[in-house]
Design a protein around this ligand. Structure first.
Ligand code: DI6
Ligand code: FE
Length: 401
């Protein structure tokens, strides 16, 4: 079925740049875009159903390329402790932090995990998200990681959103392996990843490279196994200290390196050469009250593509609005609204390996777009979250939820 969407303006992101078409039309055929351009150049389209968009601004559907949406419990108690001056690292050292969410997640049924994650994901969808990446990483044993990845697959099957599932087994040390990090890495490589990949539950492999998590040498063993299994890699790198995880990620052609506050110019050069996307997470920066800014000048100078994501997780970024993150990227990291929009569309798609089909509005790409009732595209970064009036078109069909 063909549909002609007209009387709109489009921020298309075509050909990898921020580009505007005023008084545009979009012709969709099934789930793909068949034609897009200025309305007066539209070829004859007698057989198409016509939808009036009443002057809306159309952008690609938003893509949240880094979330930990599925978890048990929450950590608002730790939030209060941190407000009293206890640091994230101190809380982790006392058995709180990620370990406390692992305990809660293990004790929660698959059904309960699905129900709570579904609510959080629906908040993201109401904000204009049509594609999301969700990581495991709060299970840390085979059965529990499987439970999380199955919930992630089910969310993609039951909600109107494209979901990519990432295995983050190398997120933290499970209590069973206390003091034996190398043995846990071995267990991930020989037992967990091969089994979970064989079950079709894994689209990418991630790890947490940090002094309070895993070393670059340990991460590299996980990357080697991922490569053997034919899975792309990503990395949490340079969030709290500089271990050059982002350069390691680049050596393995990682889709992205994420956080990056402590990265160096050399890391940026390596990432640019490898085409590894920098995923910045202003929600975590804000929530942990960090002061070390990601090196925006070096990223821009070397042409590293910059994506923005929520990092939605119970410990460092309980963020339920990707547009709020766009605002924070502008306010805290001094990105422009154009860069922020490219960061949640074009570059976020690349960070998920979906650059050929998603992230911009071009002929042949998937027809996922939002028609926003706003004055200017910058309004998306201007409002601090909230439910902006919009129509969501996914796979060529208007979606209500
Ligand atoms: N970095 C983060 O910001 C999240 N994971 C990670 O590796 C935090 C996860 C948590 O604190 O629960
Ligand atoms: Fe994260």
């Amino acid at each position: 079925m063909k549909t002609l969407w007209q009387h709109c303006h489009v921020a298309s992101m075509a050909q990898g740049v921020y580009s505007i078409i005023e008084d545009a039309a979009i012709l969709t055929s099934g789930e793909r875009i068949e034609w897009i351009g200025p309305r007066q150049s539209l070829p004859a389209t007698a057989d198409a159903r016509v939808v009036e968009l009443n002057g809306a601004w159309v952008t690609p559907g938003l893509i949240d390329c880094h979330t930990h949406t599925v978890f048990g419990g929450n950590r608002s108690g730790e939030f209060e402790q941190r407000l009293q001056g206890v640091s994230y690292a101190d809380i982790a050292a006392q058995g709180g932090g990620i370990a406390s969410t692992v305990r809660a997640t293990r004790a929660t049924t698959e059904e309960q995990l699905y129900a709570s994650a579904r609510q959080r994901l629906q908040a993201l969808l109401r904000d204009g998200v049509t594609t999301v990446e969700i990581k495991s990483g709060y299970g840390l044993d085979l059965a529990s990681e499987r439970k999380l990845l199955r919930v992630i697959r089910r969310l993609g099957a039951e909600l109107p959103v494209t979901v990519r599932g990432t295995c983050l087994a190398a997120h933290a040390m499970p209590p069973e392996f206390a003091g034996r990090a190398d043995d846990y890495i071995e267990h991930i490589c020989t037992e967990m990843l091969p089994a979970l990949a064989a079950e079709g539950l894994v689209d990418a492999v991630d790890a947490f490279c940090e002094y309070l998590a895993f070393s670059p040498a340990q991460v590299e063993r996980v990357f080697i196994k991922a490569r053997e299994l034919g899975l792309p890699v990503k990395l949490h790198a340079e969030q709290l200290s500089s271990l050059h995880g982002s350069s390691l990620a680049a050596r393995y052609q990682a889709l992205s390196a994420d956080h990056l506050e402590f990265m160096t110019e050399e890391d940026a050069i390596a990432m640019a050469a490898a085409g590894t996307v920098a995923v910045l997470l202003p929600g975590a920066f804000y929530f942990l009250r960090e002061t070390q800014l990601p090196p925006m000048d070096a990223l821009r100078k070397h042409g590293v593509k910059i994506a923005i994501a929520t990092d939605l997780n119970p410990g460092t970024s309980p963020g339920l609005s990707l547009r709020l993150m766009m605002n924070m990227a502008c306010t805290l990291f001094r990105m422009t609204p154009e860069e922020a929009l490219a960061g949640v569309t074009l570059h976020a798609a690349r960070a998920l390996g979906l650059g050929d089909s998603h992230g911009s509005l071009e002929v042949g790409k998937v027809a996922d777009f939002i028609a926003w009732d706003i004055e200017r595209p910058a309004d998306l970064s201007y409002w601090l979250g909230g439910d902006l009036p919009k129509r969501v078109i996914r796979h060529g069909l208007e979606t209500h939820f």
